[in-house]
Design a protein around this ligand. Structure first.
Ligand code: FES
Length: 105
């Protein structure tokens, strides 16, 4: 049973509501339900294709990025509101939050 509903803006600008479970990795959910082209490194923090921009409410409830994630975010020149979705495990508190897929360069 889905227990985390998210509003995701895809790379075409379309807002979509997706459902997941607490404990799911956000990148895998996005890959399965929205865009098969993201997450090409499988979560090894080496591709950067899973970059998402999070709503302030969601961003504020997350722990700080790991050193490896922070280095990748810097290499991508990602904004302060961006995270790698492969490093985000969904908790029930994420229910109702919003994110935007960042366009690949
Ligand atoms: S899946 Fe490659 S960096 Fe996240």
């Amino acid at each position: 049973m889905a227990d985390v509903n998210l509003r995701i803006t895809d790379r075409a600008g379309e807002v979509r509501t997706i459902s997941a479970h607490a404990g799911d990795v956000l990148m895998q959910v996005l890959r399965d339900q929205i865009d098969l082209t993201l997450g090409t490194c499988g979560g090894a923090i080496s591709c950067g294709t899973c970059l998402v921009r999070l709503s302030p409410g969601w961003l504020g409830m997350l722990p700080a990025p790991s050193v490896d994630e922070a280095e990748m975010l810097e290499a991508l020149s990602a904004g302060a509101d961006c995270r790698l979705s492969c490093q985000l495990v969904l908790g029930s508190a994420a229910d109702g939050q919003q994110a935007t897929l960042v366009a690949a360069e």
